[in-house]
Unconditional design. Structure first.
Length: 158
């Protein structure tokens, strides 16, 4: 088991130049090309999100302020910690914010990846506390190899 702390994150500019993101994890590690990426985006203003063709995208509210996300087919308000949207990475998303917030994003090329928020009922490869738990401080994550059962409310990847 490996713990990932916020001091371990790598900060970079959004692909579209509209903000910053903190990369928490990528598989495989150390490669410019990845199959799975977990990052925390700081959304300080309204506007378009970067597109990621070839990926599946999960976007979870991780900040205190709500956000409204628009696609061509749907509008979704993420208001509670862990509220999320799942869609193809090449779908255009526009965000409307009234105050800065944060989104935890998971991008995956793996077709069978399971991603969720809550207490998982099966072994997981990754768990991140969006709020403090008895096992982890807020914004800290655990990587399991091989996968393990966890009994905490978290963002998880199986």
């Amino acid at each position: 088991m490996v713990e990932i702390r916020p001091t371990d994150w790598r900060t970079e500019t959004w692909k579209n130049g509209g903000g910053i993101t903190h990369e928490i994890l990528r598989w495989p590690e150390g490669s410019g090309v990845y199959d799975v990426r977990v990052s925390l985006a700081v959304v300080a203003r309204s506007g378009p999100f970067s597109r990621f063709p070839g990926f599946r995208r999960w976007t979870f509210l991780a900040g205190a302020a709500s956000i409204e996300l628009w696609t061509a087919e749907d509008t979704r308000v993420l208001a509670l910690l862990g509220d999320h949207l799942e869609l193809d990475g090449d779908i255009a998303i526009d965000a409307v914010v009234t105050q800065p917030t944060e989104l935890l994003n998971v991008l995956s090329r793996w077709p069978n990846l399971r991603v969720g928020y809550g207490t998982p009922r099966h072994p997981v490869r990754f768990a991140m506390a969006l709020a403090p738990t008895y096992q982890l401080a807020a914004r800290h994550a655990l990587v399991f190899d091989p996968p393990e059962m966890v009994a905490m409310r978290s963002l998880w990847i199986a």
